[in-house]
Design a protein around this ligand. Sequence first.
Ligand code: GRF
Length: 192
Amino acid sequence: KNIVILISGGGSNMAAIVREAQRGNWRETLDARVAAVISNRADAGGLALAREQKIAAEVVDHKGFESREAFDAALADAVDRHQPALVVLAGFMRILTPAFVGRYAGRLLNIHPSLLPAFPGLHTHRRAIEAGCRVAGATVHLVTPELDHGPILAQAAVPVLPGDSEETLAARVLTQEHLLYPRAIAGLLRTV
Ligand code: GRF
């Protein structure tokens, strides 16, 4: 079962997934491998990490397309070349069209750094601190056309501590994301 991971940035979640996928039980029990990492930005740090692991790392630059539809069509072509069982968004910062989302219905997932349905969208950690939340966290969900609203597959919670800044809270949540996302993917791989 091939997994294609879409990134836009540092790719630490992608690296955590790759690490798990290289373990014996992903290969043997789940018959799963990360087939490719695709970024919409050529400067995404995660591309180098993927190449170090000998994983195909490709760029489909959204700036080269006149519309979201044209970009998504090119992205889908790149994704489909790897015949994925699952398409995994990991810090992928483009809104996807309903056509793209529909093409991978039930096998397209995302990680969002909040306890959804609280704080969809950007600046989740800042907003959680400003709201006085005592817990924050991350959510893995199936992607549907409405941003950050698909069915929830898994969540992890962390405390918001007195004196937390956006950065300290983000780091605490990110550590949990790296555990949560591979686990949620393994769960879904058993069903696809
Ligand atoms: C993560 O916090 C993810 O939840 C959010 O963007 C961040 C990406 O980090 N959507 P990385 O690129 O996986 O390091």
